[in-house]
Write a protein that binds this ligand. Structure first.
Ligand code: COA
Length: 225
C-alpha cells in the first residue's frame, strides 16, 4: 500500500506507543477530525489497527515522513533511528502539552517528553531521549544518547548520564556538584525505586535504598518492557 509523503509514524504498537499517541495532542491535528496523517509502524504489523489507527510494516516509512520511536529499549531506538534516518525519514520530537521545558536546554533529535515531565533548564540531552510521565531533569545535567527514563524519575542537578542508560520507575538520583557530578555510566540500569547516592559504573545494574550493585554487566533486556 502506498503512503503519502509527510505522514507521521509512531514506531511501535505497544503500551508506550498508546501513551505517545496521547502526548501528541496539541502537536498534530486530532485524528478524529480526519486531519492528521498518523499511523503506527511495527516490525510485526500483523495487528492491522491499534488505538483506532492503522498499523503498517516499517517498510512503509518513506523519505520525508516523520517518525517517533515509542519503544523502551535504547538499543532498539538506536537501530531504528539510524535505519529510518538513512532512508530519509525525519525524527519528530514529542512534547506533551503538560511538559515543561526551561531555558538553555539542548535536546537531541527524536525525544519524547511525556505528560507532566519537566526539564528545568541549563542541561544537554542527546538523541532519542525518552522521558516518561512525571519524570524530571533538574539543572546542569548532561544526558547522552538513547537514554530511557521510566515514569517518575527524579534526576537532580549536576548528574551526568551516559549513552543507553536506563533509569527505572521512581528512581531518585542524588544531586552532584559542578566539580563532581554524579555519574551514571554507559548502559547502566537503575532499578525501579532505587535511591542512587554514588556513581554507577558502565554496565552496572543497581537497586535499593541506598542503591547497591545487583549485576555488573547489564543486559538491557532486563529493563525492557
Ligand atoms: C532492576 C531490574 C532491571 C532487574 O530485573 P531482573 O534482572 O529481571 O531481576 P529479577 O526480576 O530477576 O529479580 C532479581 C531479584 O532482584 C529483586 N529486584 C528486582 N528489581 C528490584 C528493584 N527494582 N529493587 C529491589 N529489588 C529488586 C527481585 O525481587 C529478585 O529478588 P530475589 O532474588 O530475592 O527473588 C528490574 O527489576 C527493574 O527495576 N526494572 C525497571 C522496571 C521499570 O521501571 N519499568 C517501567 C515500565 S514503564
Amino acid at each position: 500500500m502506498a503512503t503519502t509523503s509527510g505522514k507521521l509514524w509512531i514506531v511501535g504498537a505497544g503500551g508506550f506507543a498508546a501513551e505517545v499517541l496521547h502526548s501528541l495532542r496539541g502537536q498534530v491535528p486530532d485524528e478524529q477530525d480526519g486531519a492528521a496523517d498518523l499511523a503506527f509502524a511495527a516490525d510485526d504489523a500483523s495487528h492491522r489497527t491499534f488505538m483506532g489507527l492503522p498499523v503498517h510494516g516499517l517498510e512503509q516509512i518513506q523519505p520525508g515522513d516523520r517518525f517517533v520511536i515509542a519503544i523502551g529499549s535504547g538499543s532498539a531506538r538506536e537501530r531504528l533511528h539510524h535505519l529510518l534516518a538513512r532512508r530519509g525519514a525525519i525524527p519528530f520530537a514529542v512534547e506533551s502539552p503538560t511538559a515543561v521545558v526551561g531555558r538553555n536546554m539542548t535536546i537531541g533529535q527524536g525525544s519524547v517528553l511525556s505528560d507532566f515531565t519537566t526539564l528545568t533548564g541549563n542541561s544537554t540531552i542527546g538523541t532519542q531521549f525518552q522521558c516518561n510521565i512525571y519524570s524530571y531533569v533538574a539543572h546542569d545535567c548532561h544526558i547522552g544518547d538513547f537514554v530511557t527514563f521510566a515514569p517518575r524519575v527524579c534526576c537532580n542537578g549536576n548528574v551526568h548520564i551516559f549513552d543507553h542508560a536506563y533509569i527505572g520507575t521512581g528512581a531518585i538520583l542524588r544531586q552532584g556538584t559542578q566539580q563532581k557530578p554524579l555519574r551514571i555510566g554507559q548502559g547502566a540500569v537503575v532499578g525501579m525505586g532505587a535511591v542512587v547516592t554514588k556513581d554507577v559504573a558502565d554496565g552496572e545494574t543497581v537497586v535499593g535504598n541506598p542503591a547497591r550493585v545487583m549485576q555488573r554487566s547489564a543486559p538491557e533486556t532486563a529493563a525492557e518492557h
